[in-house]
Design a protein around this ligand. Structure first.
Ligand SMILES: Nc1ncnc2c1ncn2[C@@H]1O[C@H](COP(=O)(O)OP(=O)(O)OP(=O)(O)O)[C@@H](O)[C@H]1O
Ligand SMILES: [Mg+2]
Length: 228
């Protein structure tokens, strides 16, 4: 489903070049619930952004469902991302002037040939799944952090992606809400065989994934299956 070979990322700051990801290779299977862990600055977000088509590696190749994404143009990559990938961020990244409903609808702007009734059906189904139907007309400033993250999950899923990348999705949530969000993501994984790839420090997520990949200084030092 997802394959990366020899990924390297070098950041340049003035004269100084810093190699933050070093020759990283990995494979993730369809339907896996997997997380990157490791100290702050070890490169988790950098890897997630490259795998999720938000950023490009300095070297190396990435395939998602046998499509090579590293050779694509910027526009092709944006298109591919819209149709295949969902992204959930620590800080929710909702659009403040749009309602809950419109925020969820937003990624579908990229999806052509989707009839209006199908569009509505999908959004309403997701609003129900994340328990936000009654809040659908509110703007993000009128809902809580946990509710914002539920909207962000619905937004990440509306394009029916094969894979969802979630960078610290529970970091800004209280423990009870974090558990709810995690249960919701697991339910979606089971129901639709959606692959979830996390980067996290959260023990609650760590305790629930099938596989843990530990990064230190941009290298995989452990890749451990947590359950059969
Ligand atoms: N845009 C950038 N320009 C320069 N350096 C960067 C940039 N983004 C990240 N870095 C550096 O790359 C390294 C890896 O950062 P990254 O954000 O991937 O770590 P992380 O494991 O996600 O950390 P955290 O747990 O704090 O989120 C760090 O040393 C960071 O300073
Ligand atoms: Mg990070």
């Amino acid at each position: 489903m997802l394959k990366a070979i020899g990924l390297q990322k070098v950041y340049h700051q003035g004269e100084v070049a810093q190699e933050v990801i070093k020759n990283l290779s990995l494979e993730i299977k369809g339907g896996e619930f997997v997380s990157f862990v490791g100290p702050s600055g070890s490169g988790k977000s950098t890897v997630l952004n490259m795998l999720g088509c938000l950023d490009t590696p300095t070297k190396g190749d990435i395939w998602i469902n046998d499509t090579a994404i590293t050779t694509m143009s910027r526009t092709q990559r944006a298109h591919f991302r819209g149709e295949n990938i969902g992204f959930i961020f620590q800080s929710f990244n909702l659009i403040p002037v749009l309602s809950v409903y419109e925020n969820i609808e937003y990624p579908l702007i990229m999806v052509q040939n989707l009839p209006e009734h199908e569009r509505q059906k999908r959004i309403m189904h997701l609003l129900e799944a994340v328990g936000m139907v009654e809040h659908k007309d509110k703007t993000p400033d009128k809902i809580s952090g946990g509710q914002m993250q539920r909207v962000a999950i619905a937004r990440a899923l509306v394009g029916q992606p094969k894979v969802v990348f979630a960078d610290e999705p529970t970091a800004n949530l209280d423990s009870k809400t974090a558990h709810m969000i995690l249960d919701l993501m697991k339910e979606i994984q089971r129901k639709y065989q959606t692959t979830f790839v996390f980067a996290t420090h959260d023990e609650k997520i760590v305790a629930n994934v099938d596989r843990l990949i530990t990064l230190i200084d941009g290298e995989i030092v452990e890749d451990k299956r947590m359950r059969p």
